[in-house]
Design a protein around this ligand. Structure first.
Ligand code: C2E
Ligand code: CA
Ligand code: CA
Length: 268
């Protein structure tokens, strides 16, 4: 226990300096449609520290949330994504949207809406290029507050994806009342899809529900052509996962995008 506490303290201490020391970076993972077009990409944070080495976001994001460091880090992520969108646009690699993970603590900040709007507008990036990924944990506090914030951001042109769907409460009330654009089928169900009857049944039910609510669907954790075939058969038509590409640093994802250059032209 002492070791765990020491490590946590070390992470916290180092995380405070991670932005100013240039230790954070973003990797991007492409999202593809059934007809093999890039429809977006998800930004995923990476932290490489000289003392601690590589630390998974699964480990440091919860600490960033508890310590409030998620606020400056979240802001850094949004700024970096906007800059990257502009760089790719200049290179004529037009990605329809970049999905950004928003943690509950960030979402509940009183100035969350204005922080997002100002950052994106100040950088002259159109808001429809940014999709905000949130999980159900965001609604555990006040559902009304969440609804107000989402509507405000929707009015400003942002879109929303519900991440990890199926792993939490998955309340239909949430889904009915919240203005989501996309539902992301969690990778745990995709993993079990081929061999596990109940996972397959859950995925079928999620797809039917999303369609009846006019939500776009994307499956994450697509690793094999079997996953892809099964999901397509069930009616899911957008995918993300190692089958297509791991999350990659900017240089490598830019190369990956180059292969799709023809389908990434800027819409007139
Ligand atoms: P998530 O948002 O559910 O992200 C998906 C995770 O699945 C990513 O792990 C990604 O690398 C991984 N993944 C993608 N395709 C596959 C696949 O085909 N198979 C398998 N097994 N895994 C796949 P990662 O990057 O380690 O991120 C873990 C979690 O950390 C994320 O889960 C998210 O909750 C959080 N996170 C990552 N980046 C950010 C960020 O920028 N902001 C915030 N607030 N949280 C982040
Ligand atoms: Ca996500
Ligand atoms: Ca997820």
């Amino acid at each position: 226990m002492q070791d765990a506490a020491d490590k946590r303290l070390k992470i916290e201490k180092n995380l405070r300096l991670a932005i100013s020391n240039n230790e954070l970076s973003l990797h991007y993972q492409p999202q593809l449609s059934a007809d093999n077009k890039i429809i977006g990409a998800e930004a995923l944070i990476r932290w490489q520290n000289p003392e601690l080495g590589f630390i998974s976001p699964l480990e440091f994001i919860p600490i960033a949330e508890e310590t409030g460091l998620i606020i400056p880090i979240g802001q850094w992520i949004i700024e970096s994504v906007c800059q990257q969108i502009k760089v790719w646009d200049e290179q004529k690699l037009y990605i329809p949207h970049i999905a950004i993970n928003i943690s509950a603590k960030q979402f509940h900040q009183t100035d969350f809406v204005s922080m997002i709007v100002h950052n994106v507008f100040d950088q002259k990036v159109r808001s429809n290029r940014v999709m905000l990924e949130i999980t159900e944990s965001v609604f555990l506090g006040s559902l009304d507050e969440a609804i107000d914030k989402m509507h405000a951001l929707k009015r400003s042109g942002f879109s929303f994806s519900i991440d990890d769907f199926g792993t939490g409460y998955s309340s239909l009330t949430y889904l009915k009342r919240l203005p989501f654009d996309q539902l992301k089928i969690d990778q745990s169900f995709v993993k079990g899809l081929v061999d596990n009857k109940s996972d397959a049944a859950i995925v079928k039910a999620i797809i039917a529900m999303a369609k009846s609510m006019d939500l776009k669907l994307i499956a994450e954790g697509v690793e094999t052509d079997q996953h892809l075939a099964y999901l397509s058969e069930l009616g899911c038509d957008e995918f993300q996962g190692y089958y297509f590409s791991k999350p990659l640093p900017v240089e490598q994802i830019s190369e990956y995008l180059l292969a799709y250059k023809d389908s990434l032209s800027i819409p007139s």
